[in-house]
Design a protein around this ligand. Structure first.
Ligand code: BES
Ligand code: MN
Ligand code: ZN
Length: 503
């Protein structure tokens, strides 16, 4: 699917003496010239103190993601020196991730082996660079017959640090690899054409991935969904030739401190159904399973990290198609557990499949439920393409999710579910309708709908990732075009926080 990720190792060595194709150093904005990060200062010595002025003459400003390439000066064993902008002195983890991502994208086709002499060499910095490298070098070539003509991605990266033998550095590196693998798996699933990734295939792949990670796997097919009353998922899926599935992956270590449930929307393609979308509205809708992909990948990472918390991922999967067998506006569905929903707009399908899974997951009385969904265009209107919305039934938990996201290098922002929102979903015939009249506050209305299916006393947060899950523009930092893997790092961070007793 995606091209093999570069291997990453750590080494203690002086930057000028490393024999690689490209040596990466960091620069930051300064008064007259760029200022040099510590690794860059070593190279500067070998150059007789002319690195900053040379880079400045080449136009370097030290801005985030700027990359300036220099042919190797005498005294440096690498073939190329790549100076990457850090945006400021003392870069934080996210600045290092973005710099690493930007530089590996730029070095594709130019270097096979790369060494980083960037940052302070502490475990956190090494891990941030590794994450940026592994996430930034992602490419998706499954459908390219001319992939060999594209710039070859780098194959081996060495991060230079004085602490190469530290246990903390080794552990941080292993964590970065597990997390990046989960993000890249999510991207692969999102990028795959919907003709190749429909519920049955997606469920089979989730099962294989879950088994490999040692998880308990359950896959409900149409018959099982009918027997158990998953009416939301069945209603959405009934218009498609491809039958729906619900997948459960569960990780349950012996002395689990908490139980977290992650629920992800898995619409493998969203045409809108009978409430058909215009063509432009469908162009990115293969990504409508990004939430499901994220929760499934995240639980495999949690298992690999052997965190002492139980995590269950639920992924309801369906294809939303218009056909003679499709559900119609006015149909009434019976969601898992018995609540009835009048479907007034078949394009508001995500909340229907999520309702089943949230209701079912609530029966297990977990400590928290976090659902992740490409749920509303309204959330993108509100927050743009890089920030997910956080809604829920507990303001403190919303803030906690936001903080956790920030620490992981993701951006989420709390939105309210104002009083009166639930009433806007009152139905003339059923317990509730799936949409309100009018378009105001669409993201909040959707959250209010989901809230109806969360079990009593369970803390719940809903992440609307419609914006950040898919990059329709060009690559930036470590974010490629197409599927981004949004929310995976936040979910793993939440499990880590729970393991640390912070939840
Ligand atoms: N999958 C879409 C939401 C979406 C839109 C995600 C654009 C990413 C980009 C969802 O199923 C949907 O169609 N939502 C409707 C809800 C409306 C009918 C109440 C929307 O946002 O228009
Ligand atoms: Mn829709
Ligand atoms: Zn959808």
């Amino acid at each position: 699917m995606s091209v093999k990720s570069p291997s990453i190792s750590v080494r203690k060595a002086s930057a000028p003496s490393v024999k690689v194709d490209a040596l990466v150093v960091g620069v930051a904005p300064g008064d007259q010239e760029v200022t040099l990060d510590s690794g860059a200062r070593e190279v500067d010595k070998a150059l007789g103190g002319r690195l900053a002025s040379t880079l400045t003459a080449l136009g370097a400003k030290g801005k985030a993601e700027e990359v300036t390439l220099l042919p190797s000066p005498g005294g440096v064993d690498a073939t190329l020196v790549a100076a990457v902008g850090l945006g400021g002195d003392e870069p934080n983890a996210e600045a290092l991730r973005r710099a690493a991502g930007a530089v590996v994208r730029r070095l594709a086709g130019k270097a096979d082996t790369v060494a980083f002499a960037v940052g302070d060499g502490a475990a956190e910095s090494v891990a941030a660079l590794a994450e940026g490298v592994l996430l930034g070098s992602y490419t998706f070539d499954r459908y390219r017959t001319n992939a060999d003509k594209r710039p070859a991605p780098i194959s081996a990266v060495t991060v230079l640090t004085g602490k190469a033998r530290d246990k903390a550095v080794k552990a941080a590196l292993a964590r970065a690899e597990a997390v990046a693998a989960a993000v890249n798996l999510t991207r692969d699933w999102v990028n795959t054409a919907p003709s190749d990734l429909y519920p049955e295939v997606f469920a089979d792949e989730a099962k294989a991935v879950g088994k490999r990670a040692g998880l308990t796997v359950e896959v409900l097919d149409r018959k099982a969904l009918e027997a158990k009353g998953y009416g939301g998922t069945l209603g959405v899926g009934q218009g498609s030739e491809r039958e729906p599935r619900v997948v459960r992956l569960s990780y349950k270590p012996a002395r689990a401190k908490k139980h977290l449930v992650f629920v992800g929307k898995g619409i493998t393609f969203d045409t809108g159904g009978i409430s058909l979308k215009p063509n432009e509205g469908m162009l990115t809708m293969k990504s409508d399973m990004a939430g499901a992909a994220a929760v499934l990948a995240a639980v495999t990472a949690v298992a690999e990290l052997q965190l002492p918390v139980a995590v269950t991922a639920w992924a309801p999967m369906a294809e939303n198609m218009p056909s003679g067998s499709a559900q119609r506006p006015s149909d009434v569905l019976r969601i898992y557990g018995g609540k009835t929903v009048e479907v007034l707009n078949t394009d508001a399908e995500g909340r229907l499949v999520l309702a089943d899974a949230i209701a079912r997951a609530s029966e297990d009385k977990p400590d928290v439920i976090v659902d992740v969904a490409t749920l509303t265009g309204a959330c993108m209107v509100a927050l743009g393409g890089r920030t997910f919305g956080i809604m829920g039934n507990d303001e403190d938990f919303n803030s906690f999710v936001r903080q956790t996201a920030g620490r992981a290098g993701e951006d989420g922002w709390p939105l309210p579910i104002p009083e009166g929102t639930r009433e806007s979903l009152d139905s003339k015939v059923a317990d509730l309708a799936n949409v309100a009249r009018g378009r105001l506050g669409g993201a909040l209305v959707a959250a209010s709908f989901l809230n109806e299916f969360v079990g009593e006393g369970i803390r719940w947060a809903h992440l609307d990732i419609a914006g950040p899950s898919y990059n329709d523009g060009s690559a930036w930092g470590y974010t490629p075009v197409g599927g981004t893997g949004a929310s995976v790092r936040t979910l793993v961070g939440l499990a880590e926080a729970a393991a640390a007793g912070e939840l």
